[in-house]
Design a protein around this ligand. Sequence first.
Ligand SMILES: [Fe+2]
Length: 317
Amino acid sequence: MTHEVPSRTLPSAALQETVQRALKRTPLRFTRRNFLAGAGALAAGLTIDSGMIARHSLEVVPQVLKIARLPEAFHGYRIAQISDIHLDAFTEPLFLSLAIRRLNQLAPDLVLLTGDFASHGPLSPAFARHAVVHCAELLHEIACPLRYAILGNHDTGIGSAFVVAALKASHIPTLVNQHVPIERNGQRFWLCGLDDPGTSNPILDLAVPRDPDGPVILLSHPPDFADEVVRHPRGALVDIMLAGHSHGGQVRLPFLGPLVLPPMGEKYVEGFYRFKQMQLYVNRGLGTVGLPFRLNCPPEITLFTMQDDSPIKKLSS
Ligand SMILES: [Fe+2]
C-alpha cells in the first residue's frame, strides 16, 4: 500500500494567492494622509513616553571616585549627589519624595545638593518662593544627617538669601564661597562651595582653602566653569568638581544629541571629565526646565564611592 505524498508547494502557493488577493483589495499606499497619521501616532507616543514615563525613570548611577592621597578613614566613603530639582515648575512633590526615599535606601555618608531647587520664572516670584519652601520641607526627609547645598542660577534669581534660609530651616547648610572640613576618625577632606558662576559672584580664593590638609571637593552649579577653575591658582588644589545645571541635555535625540543646552552647561554635559590635575562630574539632575520632557536622559541620583588613587608603594625586598 502506498501513500500519496502531499505536495509541499500547495500551502505556500495557496498562501501567496491569499496574500495577493488581499493586497489587491487593500493596496498599500504611501499617502500624505497615512504619513501624517503615522507621524502623529509616533509623536503622541513619544510625548507620553518623554513627558510621563522617561521623566520619572529615576536612575541611581554608581560611580567610583578615585582621589589621590585619600585618607584611610574615607576609603569606601559614599557620597550621594542630587541636582536641579526644579520643584513645582514641572517636578511633582511626589516624585521628589520618591527620589528622597530612594536616596535614603542608599544610606550615603554625605548628601550634596548642587542647586536649582525651584525655577525662576516663567511663573510668578511668589510661586517660585513657595516652591523653594516646599522643596526645602521635602528635603527635610533626607535621613543622612550630613548634607550640604550650593546655589544654582534659578536660586539666585529667586533670591539667594531666601533660598539659603529655607534650606537652613531644614538643617541643610548652603556653601556660598565657603568651605568646611568633613572629618572622620581624625582625618579630613575639604568640601568647598561656589556662589553661582553664571548669575552671581564666585570667589575661588574664598571657596577653596589656601593650604588644605586633605583632598578638596568643589561644588559649582554650572559645569563649564571648570575651565576657569583649572586656570585659577587655587584650581591646582581641587581634586574633583561636582556640577549639575546641564540636565544632561534633557531631550537627547537619536544621532543628534541634546536638543538644547543652557549657557555654561554646553561643553561638559554629563558624567566624568578629566583635566590635568582635576576631575569633573556632571549630574543630569532630577527635574526639567522649559518643557516637562526627558528623552534618552533619565533623571539621576549619583552615588560615589571614594577610593584611594595613590600609586602603590613597592615593598622593599
Ligand atoms: Fe541651572
